[in-house]
Design a protein around this ligand. Structure first.
Ligand code: HEC
Length: 177
């Protein structure tokens, strides 16, 4: 029995000191308290990324519904082709007005891209709020999405088809090595 005391003390770590005075019972309780808190922290740390992923997925699903407003002109995903507007695969992180199987962009959009417009969460949010305000002369005849939540959701959906998009990097997408 005497043997178990130093073993416990070692396992209890820095808070073992008070337990020498308090005896075995309080040591045991103190240890249990710490251990429980630690286990809770570990459990939460495992749970939070899972919750975030679920939230992301919910937002993407919402964006898929919102994308119906774009589908009269745009396709996205496997087999998407240009229609009235360009297909939107890999558009995030890309320079505006270029690529997409040589889609025939307006001069306004090509120029905006050449002047440095790259599609990110921020720029796409501004464009979708009021396309013709943000890129005067754009041929996207779409009134815009008034609600910020709607824009956030549709952007999350579009970003899910831009697997190489790195929001931290936002390259200029001008094709130069
Ligand atoms: C009425 C047709 C129409 C609708 C609806 C529409 N777009 Fe467009 N979109 C266009 C056209 C046309 C262009 C090309 C603009 C240009 O060249 O000026 C374009 C361009 C874009 C671009 C820029 C692509 C690039 O590579 O630079 C994005 C991004 C985009 N649209 C997203 C959307 C989203 C998201 C929606 C729905 C919320 C939407 N559009 C609704 C017609 C439309």
């Amino acid at each position: 029995m005497t043997h178990s005391v130093p073993a416990r003390r070692a396992a209890a770590g820095p808070w073992a000191e008070q337990t020498i005075r308090g005896g075995i019972v309080s040591q045991h309780l103190a240890f249990r308290g710490k251990a429980t808190r630690r286990l809770t922290a570990i459990a939460l740390a495992g749970l939070i990324p899972g919750l975030l992923a679920a939230q992301d997925q919910a937002l993407i699903d919402e964006g898929e519904t919102m994308f119906r407003r774009c589908m009269s002109c745009h396709m996205i995903g496997d087999g998407a082709t240009n229609r009235v507007g360009p297909e939107l695969n890999n558009v995030m992180g890309e320079q505006a007005g270029q690529g997409h199987e040589d889609y025939d962009f307006s001069d306004a959009m090509i120029e905006a891209g050449e002047n440095g417009l790259v599609w990110t969460e921020e720029t796409l949010d501004a464009y979708l709020e009021n396309p013709r305000d943000y890129v005067p002369g754009t041929k996207m005849t779409f009134a815009g999405l008034r609600r910020e939540e709607d824009r956030t959701a549709v952007i999350a959906y579009i970003a899910s088809f831009s697997p190489d998009y790195d929001p931290a990097a936002t390259g200029d997408g001008d094709g130069s090595e």
